[in-house]
Design a protein around this ligand. Structure first.
Ligand SMILES: [Zn+2]
Length: 247
């Protein structure tokens, strides 16, 4: 693995000569995650998964984007949201630049729900002009491992925000940023059409929490991260095999 922000251009040139030209880009957010987790929660998680994935793939790791399209939470102070168009343009520009440098695949590790469609749009733009393949990963296997390790119920199927899953992941990677004394469960009553249409999250939960962070542990966080990294690697290897079938 080569970390781009710490390497010189000659390091990169040497790396690309002897390794598959795969770049891994973590995309996070600066978004409220309840009173007990840092605003950088999604960035820390995406950076951790991306780093471990890059190690397994012996790929090049790009610095994380610390902002995301998080309009749904920007009613709470500290959340700084960028538009969906900006997320798309950012990812498309990075992809085009990497393509000019001779990379064969960009893998984006997305840490925030609001970035999903904007990042897929960037991937679509690259495909439409026959550019470098861009693969967007939204933590494959997260719900599966969540079901296995969680001791608290989901606030809604697949919804995890400042809950046991996210708190466990931050306890695993940056425990000094978790305020255990401020952990409070919140199971907001969700509108009947929740998940069917776009809506702001902030007005639904006054604390910003969706679920129960209290049963979180670092050990659960490690299991979650490990499972997501393994599943991510499987997806990337399937894509690589399809792109470069053995002759
Ligand atoms: Zn999050």
């Amino acid at each position: 693995m080569l970390e781009l922000s710490r390497a010189s251009w000659t390091d990169v040139a040497a790396h690309l000569e002897s390794h598959p030209a795969i770049a891994v880009l973590p995309v996070g957010a600066l978004e409220q995650h309840g009173p007990h987790l840092p605003l950088s929660t999604d960035t820390l998680q995406a950076d951790t998964v991306a780093r471990r994935l890059a190690e397994r793939l012996d790929a090049v790791l790009l610095p994380a984007l610390p902002f995301g399209n998080t309009w749904s939470n920007d009613a709470l102070p500290g959340t700084v949201s960028i538009s969906a168009d900006t997320v798309t343009a950012f990812a498309a520009d990075v992809a085009a630049s990497l393509e000019r440098a001779g990379y064969a695949l960009l893998v984006i590790v997305n840490g925030d729900f609001g970035n999903r469609l904007p990042l897929q749009r960037a991937a679509e733009q690259s495909a439409a002009r026959d550019g470098m393949p861009v693969l967007v990963l939204d933590y494959p296997g997260l719900v599966e491992i969540g079901d296995e390790v969680k001791d608290s119920p989901w606030a809604a199927p697949g919804l995890c925000h400042a809950d046991e899953i996210e708190t466990s992941m931050i306890l695993a990677v940056a425990p000094e940023l978790v305020h255990s004394d401020r952990m409070q469960p919140a199971y907001p009553e969700l509108p009947a059409d929740f998940g069917l249409r776009q809506m702001a999250l902030a007005p639904l939960s006054p604390s910003g929490v969706f679920g129960d962070p209290r049963p979180a542990t670092a050990e659960k966080g490690e299991r979650i991260i490990d499972h997501v990294v393994v599943q991510s690697e499987l997806v990337v290897r399937r894509v690589l095999a399809a792109l470069h079938p053995a002759s």
